[in-house]
Write a protein that binds this ligand. Structure first.
Ligand SMILES: [Cu+2]
Length: 118
């Protein structure tokens, strides 16, 4: 009786360990590489890096570092941010290749371009 119980306990422990290992393997397999990202900061009425070149699928995030509101508006109507106050962010994921000009609708002299190519 006691011996059978011990064997059962051992088997349960072995199964638990195997289960843990499987879980670990699954977690490692599921960890996809971080999606590509790029950042553009807005400072002193300029897009600091006005031309960024990225691969398709990249998410570009603009951050307003000014104490003045700005927007990020696509020239071709592909994307449009709300008014960004200080430290606000706007992100857009560029799925397709192409050249995407944009500007700040409050200060149209502020312009930039995202170039998406594989
Ligand atoms: Cu602006």
């Amino acid at each position: 009786m006691t011996r059978a119980f011990k064997v059962l306990t051992f088997q349960a422990a072995t199964l638990a360990t195997a289960g843990l290992m499987l879980t670990t393997v699954a977690a490692v397999t599921r960890a996809a590489p971080a999606p590509p990202a790029a950042a553009v900061s807005i400072d002193n009425f300029t897009f600091k890096n006005p031309v960024v070149t990225v691969k398709p699928g990249t998410t570009v995030t603009w951050t307003n570092g000014d104490d003045i509101p700005h927007t990020v508006v696509s020239t071709d109507g592909v994307f449009k941010s709300k008014v960004l106050d200080t430290a606000d962010r706007f992100s857009f994921t560029f799925a397709k290749a192409g050249q995407f000009g944009y500007f700040c609708s409050l200060h149209p002299h502020m312009t930039g371009t995202v170039i998406v190519k594989a």
